[in-house]
Write a protein that binds this ligand. Structure first.
Ligand code: ARG
Length: 461
């Protein structure tokens, strides 16, 4: 028998029951639902809306339900409409009439809005922990490879020399922003919708500040329609998670390239690679590929919910039940990706000789050659042009810049002298780039120290 059966003269069609039910996915919020109800009952008791006996019976009953669910003694009833109805019905079964008073001055609309925020708050903390673990793996690899010279690319063409450590620290910056973006999500969603009622508040003398305080929110939401009708907390989190996945996906793409025979900059640990059923030689980067693939799925969750929300009149509409599967799927997916990606990164083997060999070709020191002339007084545009001619000369004669003789240099500009060979040497090119944020060792040390401090902060949080 439905809690709302009074108005109806027929049973719900079983297909509608199944279609309407959300318990298969919202059951995961049982804890938040119970904690929200305990706070609500506590406040109703304090306000004299419930007697102290009723309040005690409700809270005792709810705690019993929580314990039984966690001990596996109370399975969720798949026939229940949702987790809220399930717990309320179970409470009434256990404590009788007092249970029927719990829903005083509350609606499932503010209840579900509350549960989702409580749930997301907890998950954001868990997600941030995983981002921090990935940042720790990045810190270790960057530290170990701060002197590992590799080509830096633009347009996937060799551009200027950097180090592998410097390259990894670029991802560290992105992931630190992802981390703080998640903090921002929590800050904005940390207002309590409980007490918004169905949409128009209540005539009961409730104390919304009290429930907000009991549940660790900064304040109650300011408008009762907004409290039940917005899902932007979910959308904002989905957007932050899409950003995480976009970063992981780029990183994955590079890992896939780097472990190809064409690059061979890294080798994945055997525990984080897979084989082929037919080609005995294969060692495939499936983890990175799956992360790249699952990015589409998380974007889909974001687009799905944005689209579901775009035409809805205020306040609650059942369409909004779709928020949960989207945001839960994205959370699960991102957690899975982060927790597999971090150890894959931590265990991959870097092949410095191959990186160096790649950095030695492709005229990666051409800018440095132009800079050499510039430092000797030539305007950069002229230096650029002369170096371009030198590169064309090298290509024609199958040489590298550093293999040219001094006479060959001098034939292009009288400013060239013996010191050009040091100036365009690979190590000079990397180590001289000590501008702030650059790949030179002292610049990288600053970036490493900042990452270290950031990670210490996350451990204290
Ligand atoms: N299962 C519902 C949801 O997730 C709970 C809110 C139901 N409210 C209502 N008025 N039908 O949105």
């Amino acid at each position: 028998m439905k809690l709302w059966a009074g108005r109806f003269s027929k049973d719900t069609d079983s297909r509608v029951n199944d279609f309407n039910s959300s318990i298969s996915f919202d059951a995961r919020m049982y804890r938040e639902d119970i904690l929200g109800s305990i706070a609500h009952a506590t406040m109703l008791g304090e306000q004299g809306i419930l007697t102290s006996d009723e309040t005690a019976a409700i809270i005792g009953g709810l705690n019993g339900i929580l314990a039984d669910i966690e001990d596996g003694k109370l399975p969720f009833d798949p026939e229940a409409e949702d987790i809220h109805m399930f717990i309320e019905a179970e409470l009434t079964k256990r404590v009788g009439d007092a249970g029927k008073r719990l829903h005083t001055a509350r609606s499932r609309n503010d209840q579900v809005a509350l549960d989702v925020r409580l749930y997301l708050r907890g998950e954001i903390t868990a997600l941030q922990k995983l981002v921090a673990e990935l940042l720790t793996a990045l810190e270790q690899q960057a530290q170990a490879n701060k002197g590992t010279v590799m080509p830096g690319y633009t347009h996937l063409q060799r551009a200027q020399p950097i180090t592998f450590g410097h390259h990894l620290l670029a991802y560290a910056q992105m992931l630190m922003r992802d981390y703080t973006r998640l903090t921002d999500c929590t800050k904005r969603m940390n207002e309590c919708p409980l007490g918004s009622g169905a949409l128009a508040g209540t005539t009961h003398p409730i104390n919304r500040a009290r429930t907000a305080e009991l549940l660790g929110f900064d304040a109650p939401t300011a408008n009762s329609l907004d409290g039940v009708a917005d899902r932007d907390a979910c959308i904002e989190l989905l957007s932050a998670l899409s950003m995480v996945m976009m970063h992981l996906s780029r990183f994955s793409e590079e890992i896939i390239l780097w472990c190809s025979w064409e690059f061979k900059f890294i080798e994945l640990d055997d525990a984080y690679a897979t084989g082929s059923s037919i080609m005995p030689q294969k060692k495939n980067p499936d983890v990175a590929e799956l992360v790249r693939g699952k990015t589409g799925r998380v974007y889909g969750d974001l687009m799905g919910l944005l689209t579901a929300m775009k035409g809805l009149p205020l306040a609650y509409n059942k369409d909004m039940q779709e928020d949960k599967e989207a945001v839960f799927d994205a959370i699960d997916t991102v957690k899975l990706c982060l927790s597999t990606f971090a150890p894959m990164l931590a265990t991959l083997r870097v092949l410095p000789a191959n990186m160096r060999r790649a950095a030695s070709g492709g005229f990666i020191n051409a800018t440095d050659c132009a800079d050499y002339l510039t430092k000797k007084g030539m305007p950069f545009r002229d230096a650029y042009k002369i170096t371009g001619t030198l590169v064309a000369y090298c290509i024609e004669h199958g040489k590298t810049l550093e293999a040219l003789t001094l006479d060959e240099f001098k034939a292009h500009s009288a400013l060239f002298a013996e010191d050009v060979f040091t100036a365009i040497g690979l190590d000079t090119c990397v180590n001289g780039r000590v501008s702030q944020g650059g790949p030179g060792l002292s610049s990288v040390e600053v970036q490493l120290a900042a990452l270290h401090t950031f990670l210490q902060g996350t451990r204290q949080a």
